[in-house]
Design a protein around this ligand. Structure first.
Ligand code: PLP
Length: 374
């Protein structure tokens, strides 16, 4: 078993609501976890599950967000980063002093940078040269060697993912972690995120929904919750514009329509990745969420809940609200608060940017006070 951490802050939500009981395997895990994490990687996961009070009261449901922005690298992707590295170690592909290579411009790179520093590996990142200087600088300051390369289609051998693979193949003691099709990514969520959600809700969860990039999170959590609940927990995939999965799922696998594009980052997909493939038959449905709804929820979560969320997290919250409304009053729906707004603030809270994306009208008048940048 790869699982390293044990529940640290789990069962917070119901802890005060239920009478004291005999310790279960889970409560023993919780009590064991009060101590010291031996290194950074043991501090990954075991994030709080936060009740979104306004939305819950408004819908008469429990809408719960897994606070993944509290991971050491600031996002859900720390979990995948840890598991792809542990998996490479387990399979003997990575030995002390080795090199991890990945193609990524986002949170996976940041997660890998932290994990690699903590475990003594070098990290090499390939990314399309269309990415901001800020992202390149951040990865470099976290110790990664970064190669921005021309942004070309996946079919082109010069695509950043293929360059990453070739870089690893040319080195001794190196691995291309291949987050999209390496199912150690999904395993992170079968072994950590899913069990945490089940424990924190004491099994009182009716549905799980989130958007997908690699789909490691959605597939892994879905697999775990379906298994532990005997199929009772519903799994609904949330999709932004420009992604094909909404049409794929709602057409029973017949269509892969891609219309529009999205301001969200880290999510949206043009294919069924290996991480999703094995669990696609477990999916109960999909919802498509517009950018206007997502940006509106960024501002609402900030104002009503004090949550400073990136757009993909806000999209997930909109999806959770819609799923809860469909399931009816009293239902409990869990989603993922994948990261904070810190890396996106210059866009999400800029009047000029909102205007350029035609999204200014999505912000209600009383929330315009949060548009603090020109
Ligand atoms: C902000 C954000 N949200 C959601 C996701 C999607 O997670 P997954 O790759 O597990 O589908 C990512 C992935 O990089 C992300 O960066």
């Amino acid at each position: 078993m790869l699982r390293q951490g044990v529940l640290r802050r789990g069962v917070r939500m119901f802890a005060t609501a239920v009478a004291p009981r005999e310790p279960s395997a889970h409560t023993i895990a919780v009590s064991k976890a009060q101590g010291i994490s031996n290194n950074l990687t043991e501090a990954i996961g075991n994030t709080p599950l936060i009740r979104l009070t306004h939305l819950s009261n408004e819908t008469g449901c429990n809408i719960l967000g897994k606070a993944e922005f509290m991971n050491p690298g600031g996002s859900i992707k720390d979990r995948a980063a840890l598991y792809v590295v542990l998996d490479a170690e387990e399979r003997g592909l990575l030995r002390p002093g080795g090199t991890v290579v990945e193609g990524t411009a986002g949170n996976t790179g940041i997660g890998l940078a932290h994990v690699c520093r903590s475990r003594g590996y070098k990290l090499v990142i390939y990314m399309p040269n269309t990415q901001s200087q800020g992202k390149i600088d951040l990865l470099r300051l976290l110790g990664a060697e970064v190669y921005p390369v021309p942004a070309v289609a996946f079919e082109n051998p010069e695509n950043y993912n293929h360059q990453a693979r070739r870089h690893a193949e040319a080195l001794d003691n190196a691995v291309w972690t291949n987050q999209f099709d390496n199912i150690a990514n999904r395993r992170a969520h079968i072994e950590t995120t899913g069990p945490e959600i089940w424990t924190q809700t004491e099994g009182k969860v009716d549905a799980f929904t989130c958007s997908t990039g690699t789909a490691g999170t959605f597939a892994g959590v879905t697999r775990y919750l379906k298994t532990v609940s005997d199929g009772r927990v519903k799994a609904i995939l949330a999709d932004p514009p420009g992604s094909v999965l909404y049409s794929y799922i709602t057409s029973g696998g017949k269509l892969t329509e891609r219309s529009g594009s999205s301001i969200t980052e880290g999510i949206g997909q043009g294919r069924v990745t290996d991480n999703l493939k094995q669990d696609i038959d477990l999916v109960d449905g999909a919802v498509s969420i517009s950018d206007a709804k997502s940006i509106n929820m960024v501002y609402r979560c900030l104002d009503e809940e004090g949550l400073y969320l990136g757009a993909s997290s806000a999209l997930n919250v909109v999806a959770a609200k819609e799923v809860a409304e469909k399931l009816g009053k009293g239902s409990t729906v869990v989603t993922v608060l994948a990261d904070g707004a810190y890396r996106y603030a210059d866009r999400l809270f800029s009047r000029k940017w909102l205007e350029s994306k035609n999204l200014l009208g999505a912000i209600p008048k009383h929330l315009e006070k949060y548009i603090v940048l020109p």
